[in-house]
Design a protein around this ligand. Structure first.
Ligand SMILES: [Zn+2]
Length: 327
């Protein structure tokens, strides 16, 4: 069992996010008969702030407990039941708000599991549009699918946001300040962060993946992950010089107290990978050759899910060829 899980984590499965195996991606390896179930491990990050880490390196979730109720961050239909159970074990307070980092399947499909408490679902207008449009189509396809990997969709419904904002939204709730900021399009059509100044934490969604290769950020078969935009977004966040002790990643383990070093590493990842790729393009390599020969630079050699990098190289190749290096 253990080896089956490891095999899945390290290569057989494609990204659960945007997991959407599409015609444009590397042909999927044969699916296992029973899809491995991610375990969501609970970790306290700061007073009242908790993160749930996916044991398979799929999407994380987080929640914040206040005297007036619980604020929840991200929901994957495959694991949000575990998030709900963890909240119930931690507090008797009800869920009051849910927000999502971006509108991908592994972050935005699981709000249905929170329905008992009728939380208010907050999103950006772009995220809301995506959830009504292409993400709703993908949800319906997965619900109709007999693929065991999509079994969680069978009984679930896609919940649409109640409130949508553009730019930024600040919520004073339960004695804390929740600052939601639409950061732009580094990984998806609308990447949002959540900063809680009193707790010195910032939730990054997939703008930060720790010890794991980032995903392509697929939406309607367009891949939004873009190193240039991603670096710009990270620079803008770092320029704010916020007093943040811990940045909570969308995938991978949380590094409590590491602070801005996590964002610097994510930025370096893009610069180094892009440099490597540019050299190969200039040497006349085809995308197939680059996928086969690409050597992950030393600093990132221990990152999990190398299959995600192999996928990412395709949109990166086209971005570099079409737009130039343009750092
Ligand atoms: Zn993700």
């Amino acid at each position: 069992m253990r080896s089956a899980i490891l095999a899945a984590a390290f290569g057989v499965l494609t990204c659960a996010s945007s997991a959407s195996v599409t015609a444009q991606q590397t042909p999927a390896t044969k699916q296992p008969a029973a899809a491995p179930q991610a375990r969501m491990d609970l970790r306290q990050v700061a007073p009242d702030v908790y993160m749930l880490e996916s044991s398979l390196g799929s999407s994380n979730a987080a929640f914040v407990v206040t005297p007036d109720g619980v604020f929840v961050w991200d929901a994957d239909v495959k694991t949000a039941d575990q998030v709900m159970a963890a909240i119930r074990k931690t507090t008797d307070k009800k869920l009051k708000y849910v927000a999502i980092s971006h509108p991908a399947g592994d972050h935005a499909t699981g709000v249905w599991h929170y329905r008992e408490d009728k939380p208010i679902f907050i999103a950006t207008r772009t995220q809301m549009r995506d959830l009504y449009m292409q993400e709703a189509v993908e949800f319906a396809e997965r619900k109709a699918s007999n693929d065991p990997a999509q079994a969680a969709y069978k009984t679930a419904e896609l919940v649409r946001p109640d409130i949508a904002f553009d730019g930024a939204l600040t919520l004073n709730f339960g004695g804390l300040t929740f600052q939601l900021t639409e950061e732009g399009q580094g990984h998806s059509t609308s990447d949002v962060t959540l900063y809680i100044p009193q707790r010195r934490v910032m939730m990054m969604g997939d703008l930060l993946d720790t010890e794991i290769h980032p995903g392509q950020g697929e939406s309607a078969m367009v891949f939004f992950s873009n190193p240039r935009r991603w670096i710009q977004v990270l620079d803008r966040i770092m320029d704010r010089k916020l007093p943040v002790d811990t940045y909570i990643p969308g995938h991978g383990p949380v590094h409590i107290g590491r602070g801005v070093a996590d964002l610097e590493e994510q930025k370096r990842y893009w610069i180094v990978i892009r440099d490597e790729m540019s050299k190969m393009i200039m040497a006349g390599k085809t995308i197939k050759q680059i996928q086969d020969e690409f050597k992950v630079p030393q600093e990132f050699a221990h990152y999990r899910r190398p299959a995600r990098l192999k996928q990412l190289l395709v949109p990166m190749y086209h971005q570099l060829v079409e737009q130039g290096y343009n750092p």
